[in-house]
Structure formats: structure tokens, C-alpha cells
Write a protein that binds this ligand. Structure first.
Ligand SMILES: [Zn+2]
Length: 352
């Protein structure tokens, strides 16, 4: 795997001329603008058009550029999607277009580069401390080199897949750079790997996150602990964490206890041999579900906490929604039953 990029605070010399960037609004306008520039270029010796593209196919990223008028083109393989993104491919495409132009600088007075990726264009216009910075820098360096060689360069957005030959050509080239070939399941050699390839931190983050989540989900599904929780929430998600945000810590702890079944209610206390039996004062088994939903002794409290007949019907629903989970925690504290836990703990300390 290529080294991970280092993102530095952005320093742009104030005297460098900002790159000429144009993004037209809308597909039709973009196509019209392209065709108009293409007509002008036809009558203007020295004004050439370049097309670039980045592409991801089956987890492989490619970059390309072509200058049809000069019959020249270039492509790079940019690694897997654990290293690069389409955005990285697009930026490398811009570099390739500028490299081609620099190579033919004697033939070029004016260069218009067409790309279909607005994010890449905007990054070149206003570099920031974002992932992909090393590629943005490369584009800007080449733009300056072109300027010094007397080439007026501009980057224009062009809509993709609207039958613009150069754009289609770049599209195919970028795909082929990944090893893709036209025709069902066909493959071929990849384009040469971009020699200065670095792993984007954004791609690395995405990969790590995906791997961690898969690992976690698997553990969660196959694990032997936390089964009470698993039954309540078989799928892991961030929403689960949100249930806990914005509530006092004691409530949060209570909530976790209810969720895990390890709450200071008789059924649990009995299980861990801290209570003589598992019975509630009403005679039923004293579980979290019983106290929250069923126990007749807390009918009034239930009404006070969940007014307007909005009383909880399902144990699972209560604990999976932030607002009702919060109410559940308040409710449990107000039953006074959790004092059993303190008693139990004190007893534990004494016996120890
Ligand atoms: Zn009861």
C-alpha cells in the first residue's frame, strides 16, 4: 500500500494568479458552452482542447486525459478504492492533461481543459486542508509551469455522457486504466501506476471504518455476551449511541442496566444471589419489562411519566427511541426500586 498522504496547512503565495476555472450551471448550458469554445478553437491555431476523467470500476481507480487534436493521450492506474477515489482520479486526470500540454508546449498558446468533476475543479480553485491535497498541489504547479511557458490555461466543467467526443474518449481511457475492457466481463492490462501515488486519508478512513464495522457486526452477531442487548438491537447502528446523548450520566447508566438486563431488579439480583427471590411486590417476576410496562404498582407513576395515554406498549420500542428511553430511565429512578441495588452493593461490601 502506498504511503498515506500528509495534509499540510495550505500556503498559497499571494502573488500567484488564481487558476481560471469555469463551472456553468446545468447540463444544457455546459454543453452549449463546450460547443462554442470548440468552434472558436477550430479557427484559432494554438488553442487546443483537452479532456480528462477519473473512474472507479470494481474497486479500481483510473485517471486519463486526451488532446484529440494532437492525437495524444495518457492514463494512470490509481490503485484500489482503499487508496484512491474517483475524485483522486479526476485530479490526476487534470495533471495528465497539463503534462501532455507541457510536452507539446511549442504547439499550444491556449489550453482549455474540460472535466466533468466539479469537486475537483473547485479544489483546484480553492485548495484546502482536505484529503487529496497532494494531487491538487500537483495540478496547481503544472498550471503555473504552463503559464511560465506562455500557455493560457483554463479549466471548464463539462457535463458527462452528452455525446461530446473528447469527454467520451477520456471516459473510456479512465475505465481502461483500471483493467476494464468493453464487453461482458472482459479485462486487460492496467495503465501504468501513477508514480507518486499516495493513499488518500479519506479512502484509508473509509476502509478502516468499513473493516471495523464488519468486525463489530460479526462479533455482535456471533458473540456470547450481551445477548439481552442483542435481542433488543440485532443491528448495530449509530442511532444506538444517540439514545444516550443528552441525558445525565446516572440515567445513562440506568438505561444501560435496563438494556443489558443487569438492572437492580429482583430477577437479576436473585440471579446473582443478592436477593432471596425474584418476585416483585405485586407477586410477578420483577424484570425490567415488568416494571416498565406491566407492574400494577406503578400505574400512577407510568401515567405521570407518559401522559396522554402515550404509555409504552413495547419494551423494545421504549429503549430504542431516544426520547422514550430517557423517560424510561427517569421512570426507573422514580420507582425507587434501584435502591435495591445500593442495598445489594452495601451487603456485598460488608460480606467481602
Ligand atoms: Zn410488580
Amino acid at each position: 500500500m502506498p504511503p498515506i498522504e500528509v495534509i499540510r496547512p495550505e500556503i498559497i503565495c499571494p502573488w500567484t494568479e488564481p487558476p481560471k476555472i469555469y463551472i456553468t450551471k446545468g447540463t444544457e448550458a455546459g454543453k452549449l458552452e463546450h460547443n462554442q469554445i470548440a468552434r472558436e478553437a477550430k479557427n484559432n491555431l494554438g488553442h487546443v482542447l483537452a479532456y480528462t476523467d477519473g473512474s472507479e470500476i470494481k474497486g479500481e481507480v483510473g485517471a486519463s486525459a486526451c488532446i484529440p487534436e494532437l492525437g495524444t493521450k495518457a492514463a494512470n492506474y490509481m490503485g484500489t478504492n482503499q487508496v484512491s477515489t474517483v475524485y483522486a482520479g479526476e485530479l490526476r486526470g487534470l495533471q495528465l492533461a497539463l503534462d501532455l500540454a507541457l510536452k507539446h508546449s511549442l504547439l499550444i498558446r491556449r489550453l482549455t481543459i474540460f472535466t466533468d468533476n466539479q469537486a475537483a475543479i473547485q479544489a483546484v480553485a480553492k485548495p484546502r486542508n482536505h484529503s487529496g491535497q497532494y494531487l491538487v498541489h500537483g495540478v496547481r504547479e503544472r498550471l503555473q509551469a504552463a503559464q511560465m511557458l506562455g500557455i493560457q490555461a483554463a479549466i471548464h466543467w463539462v457535463p458527462s455522457h452528452v455525446d461530446i467526443d473528447g469527454n467520451e474518449q477520456a471516459d473510456i481511457l479512465a475505465k481502461m486504466a483500471t483493467g476494464w475492457r468493453e464487453g461482458e466481463g472482459k479485462t486487460g492490462p492496467k495503465a501504468p501506476t501513477f508514480p507518486s501515488l499516495q493513499s488518500l486519508s479519506s479512502a484509508a478512513k473509509r476502509t478502516t471504518k468499513a473493516r471495523l464495522e464488519a468486525y463489530w457486526a460479526n462479533k455482535w452477531e456471533k458473540g456470547e455476551t450481551g445477548r439481552e442487548l442483542y435481542r433488543l438491537a440485532p443491528k448495530i447502528s449509530k442511532q444506538r449511541l444517540r439514545v444516550h446523548s443528552d441525558i445525565p450520566k446516572t440515567f445513562s447508566a440506568t438505561l444501560t442496566q435496563i438494556r443489558t438486563g443487569k438492572v437492580a431488579l429482583k430477577s437479576y439480583l436473585y440471579r446473582i444471589k443478592r436477593a432471596p427471590n425474584s418476585r416483585c411486590t405485586c407477586g410477578d417476576e420483577q424484570t425490567g419489562r415488568h416494571v416498565l410496562i406491566e407492574c400494577p404498582n406503578f400505574k400512577e407513576l407510568r401515567k405521570a411519566v407518559w401522559p396522554y395515554n402515550s404509555q409504552p406498549q413495547s419494551f423494545k420500542a421504549i429503549l430504542n427511541q431516544a426520547w422514550s428511553a430517557k423517560k424510561a430511565a427517569q421512570y426507573m429512578v422514580r420507582t425507587g426500586l434501584l435502591g435495591q441495588f445500593l442495598e445489594a452493593r452495601n451487603r456485598l461490601e460488608v460480606t467481602n
